[in-house]
Design a protein around this ligand. Structure first.
Ligand code: ACM
Length: 546
């Protein structure tokens, strides 16, 4: 890949520089062009101009540090890695709140005289700070500096996310924070946290301690390649509520909101093992256990008083733990009906509620969750199977994973839609056919989801119902951070660009993206990331191969 000139997409006026005192020292000329991912809507930089010398940090005057908006900008800049130097008189940063501009939009000007940020909201402040962090470079004399540049930018979608699955394999608090930092760098602002599944319940719930005392433990795990091969290593892992609060606050400091997912009514083996009253105990051979293999399992919640009280209690604690989440994800995918067919109690429930098909029991659960969440002041999101429910509340957010057809149906029915089609945004699938791709991911499923595919996949949906795009990183085959990083990077960059510029005309070409991506390698290396290189090999293959 060779460097090509960064396109200047638009030219901005530079009038607001006059607001800054001429205090800062100019840098020597800067020849490196800023390679920002996602590409800003408008970016102007003339290589060879002097820039802003980062002389130990950005000086901030007391007026800025005493205003609420100024402090918010300082926090965003620090979260993006800048050092802030308090100053009494002269400052190098001016921040303005841009009322009435579209959500997430910001305008950024940087020159030898300082930095001016006009941002519509907190998310926009974070985006501006990350643009600056990505633009940071060294000048012709080798000093850290920011180029003279002007940016006008806004995201297409309010939900730009990654889904993490610590159920199949644990992801530590530190590991989660590492991923959050990487997300923030690329302006991804939603972590969808899949906190319970058949293989483990990972979230402490005070009212139901057995969920973690029993439900977070399994005896061993299957090999992803061959389910009959077990590793014999017990797994016991959950996040305490204090850890969750810590992660939520950390995410917030980076401009990221966490959307928790509680799987209802399926993928419930761990919950039912902890509290058998949640399950269909009158089914022949009822013997739940926290599952050691991968797939879809028969244990689903029983439609009964204990279960509905459980759901209400759990969702209440979840809403307390995730105060910023606008919607809570209730799962709803892959719900087998076998137990409801076999259970006399479930059949009686159907009769009492005039339900004629077992699938309507799931619809009942979906409506119940929507009602509980509405009482708690939250919206509801779920996998696209929740659409089966007749009169699904129109404000339910549908996460379309089974393909774009489901996204288009949900949008046509008036639902807000988050796109994560399996064909392109399941980052658990391989990025190619190299031996390393096989080793890191197993042989299953699609094997062509490289960054080019993520960038170029057709995600168009008629109308304006798409509110988000996210990648799902299921962890059956991802036992550690080395593998996780290989699966995430650099696809995360393509995801970020696709989401930021969703539906925009004249999106940058694949070649343009590739040129910018290459310039992010030093950043990946600075984090010691085991990213997938262009030839398919891992950058830091320290984990031993079996
Ligand atoms: C899913 O992949 N079952 C949402």
């Amino acid at each position: 890949m060779k460097l090509s000139p960064l396109r200047t997409i638009g030219l901005l006026t530079a009038g607001i520089f006059s607001l800054l005192p001429a205090a800062a020292l100019p840098s020597a000329p800067i020849h490196q062009e800023a390679a920002i991912i996602p590409q800003p809507r408008q970016l102007t930089q003339i290589p060879g101009q002097a820039g802003f010398l980062l002389n130990g940090g950005i000086k901030v005057d007391s007026a800025t540090s005493h205003s609420e908006w100024g402090r918010a900008a300082i926090r965003a800049l620090m979260a993006a890695g800048f050092n802030i130097l308090p100053e009494e008189a002269t400052g190098e940063l001016r921040v303005e709140q841009a009322e009435g501009r579209p959500a997430g939009s910001y305008r950024l000007e940087c020159s030898p005289r300082g930095i001016v940020i006009r941002a519509a909201d907190q998310g926009a402040l974070h985006a501006a700070a990350q643009t600056l962090a990505q633009a940071a470079t060294i000048d012709a004399e080798g000093q850290p500096a920011l180029p003279t540049l002007q940016v006008e930018d806004h995201p297409a979608l309010p939900h730009r996310g990654i889904m993490l699955d610590p159920c199949r394999h644990p992801i530590s608090v530190e590991g989660t924070k590492r991923i959050l930092r990487l997300m923030a760098r690329y302006k991804l602002n939603r972590l969808h946290w899949h906190l319970c599944d058949d293989q483990g319940w990972r979230l402490e719930i005070r009212k139901y301690p057995l969920l973690t005392e029993i439900g977070s433990k399994r005896s061993e795990s299957s090999s992803w390649l061959d389910q009959s091969i077990k590793d014999g290593k017990p797994v016991a892992f959950h996040y305490t509520q204090d850890e969750v609060r810590d992660i939520v606050a950390y995410a917030h400091s980076l401009g990221i909101t966490i959307i928790p997912e509680i799987e209802i009514p399926g993928h419930a083996s761990a919950a039912v093992t902890a509290y058998p009253e949640l399950g269909n105990r009158d089914c022949p051979g009822f013997a739940p256990e926290v599952v050691t293999g991968w797939g879809v399992f028969t244990h689903v919640m029983a439609p009964g008083a204990f279960t509905f009280r459980f759901i209400e209690d759990v969702l209440t604690e979840v809403c307390e733990l995730f105060p910023q989440a606008p919607y809570i994800h209730i799962g709803g995918d892959e719900v087998p009906r076998d137990q409801w067919q076999q259970s006399p109690a479930a059949q009686q429930f159907m009769q009492q509620h005039s339900l004629t098909r077992e699938s309507q029991i799931q619809d009942y659960f979906t409506h119940f969750c929507a009602q509980v969440l509405r009482k708690l002041g939250r919206g509801m999101a779920g996998w696209d199977e929740i659409m089966c429910a007749p009169q699904l509340p129109p404000d339910a957010v549908v996460m379309a994973w089974r393909g774009m057809d489901h996204a288009r149906i949900a949008a046509a029915r008036g639902h807000r839609v988050i796109l994560c089609p399996i064909q392109s945004f399941y980052f658990n699938f391989p990025q190619g056919k190299t031996p390393e791709d096989k080793f890191y991911t197993g042989l299953h499923g699609f094997d062509n989801i490289n960054w080019q595919h993520v960038l170029g996949f057709d995600t168009s949906v008629p109308g304006n119902k798409v509110i988000g795009l996210q990648a799902n990183l299921w962890s059956e085959c991802i036992p550690d951070m080395r593998k996780l990083e290989f699966m995430l990077v650099p696809r995360i960059c393509a995801l970020a660009e696709h989401a930021w510029l969703y539906g925009a005309p004249n999106r940058p070409t694949e070649e343009h993206f590739s040129t910018r991506l290459e310039q992010h390698i030093p950043y990946f290396d600075s984090l010691h990331l085991n990213f997938r290189q262009e030839d398919g090999t891992p950058r830091r293959p320290e984990i031993s191969k079996p």
